[in-house]
Design a protein around this ligand. Structure first.
Ligand code: SF4
Ligand code: SF4
Length: 242
């Protein structure tokens, strides 16, 4: 049987086992408790992508209540726990994989661990987009947007206020490594899309990234978008507060 490994010792099986499962479209706490077992059945042909957010929010709520009541999530198979069965799953379908990442996030037991997982997963996705697709069109260390300027570090520079002498100075970001990578995994910088990228039709919006859209409230989304030039730890600390 094919499986998809998740974190926290869980996995999905790619198969059908309707006899023991709860359809993800039909999550009812009372029925789950009556059944005495919580194993999901996800038939991707029966869910519309526009309902992903609503379903994941409901699943998060149900999982929290079940955990509070010491109700086992999934069934043990050897040393691992099967959280459910996938039907009509396409491993090359980004929406299917994003939905599974959402369930993976829900299976963390603390908010900090969940945010950390989401943060890293989204950063990896954005890094892959920027690097694999060469979105910024760097040539001789000059990106598309800054081609006719002196910047050889793209947008990894900012103004610093000086109290003596001229008031402000444009400086290279202190988190930029010598190999031009970011030492601090700033998600807000990674989400930034300049005019050059927008003209190419590229824009990373929080509402289009399922993990960010589902698990964060408007204030948290504000900080995720605008805390540029800040380290990961500072951003997670801020969003934990709200
Ligand atoms: S996001 Fe825009 S300004 Fe920043 S490095 Fe890429 S092309 Fe340059
Ligand atoms: S924090 Fe932002 S500006 Fe600084 S190196 Fe990282 S991506 Fe560049």
């Amino acid at each position: 049987m094919d499986i998809i490994k998740l974190n926290n010792n869980y996995y999905f099986a790619i198969a059908d086992n309707s006899s023991i499962t709860t359809d993800i479209n039909n999550l009812r706490l009372g029925e789950i408790k009556k059944k005495g077992i919580f194993v999901l059945r996800i038939d991707f042909s029966s869910i519309s992508t526009k309902d992903y957010k609503k379903i994941l929010k409901k699943l998060l709520f149900i999982k929290k209540i079940l955990t509070l009541n010491n109700f086992k999530i999934g069934i043990s198979e050897g040393s691992k726990d099967c959280i459910g069965y996938l039907i009509n799953y396409d491993k090359n379908n980004k929406s299917h994989n994003d939905f599974i990442s959402g369930i993976n996030a829900i299976l963390y037991n603390t908010r900090y661990e969940r945010y950390n997982y989401i943060y890293d997963t989204v950063c990896n996705y954005l890094d892959n987009c920027f690097c694999n697709q060469h979105l910024c069109d760097f040539k001789d260390n000059k990106c598309g947007e800054k081609r006719n300027t002196t910047s050889t570090v793209g947008c990894c520079r900012h103004f610093r206020i000086k109290w003596l002498g001229p008031l402000t100075k444009l400086v290279q970001c202190e988190y930029l490594n010598q190999d031009y990578t970011c030492s601090t995994k700033c998600i807000s910088c990674k989400l930034f899309t300049c005019d050059y990228l927008k003209k190419k039709g590229i824009e990373f919006r929080i509402k289009d990234i399922l993990l960010l859209n589902v698990f964060f409230n408007p204030i948290q989304k504000y900080f995720i978008k605008y805390m540029v030039f800040k380290p990961k730890e500072a951003i997670i600390k801020k969003i934990m507060f709200f």
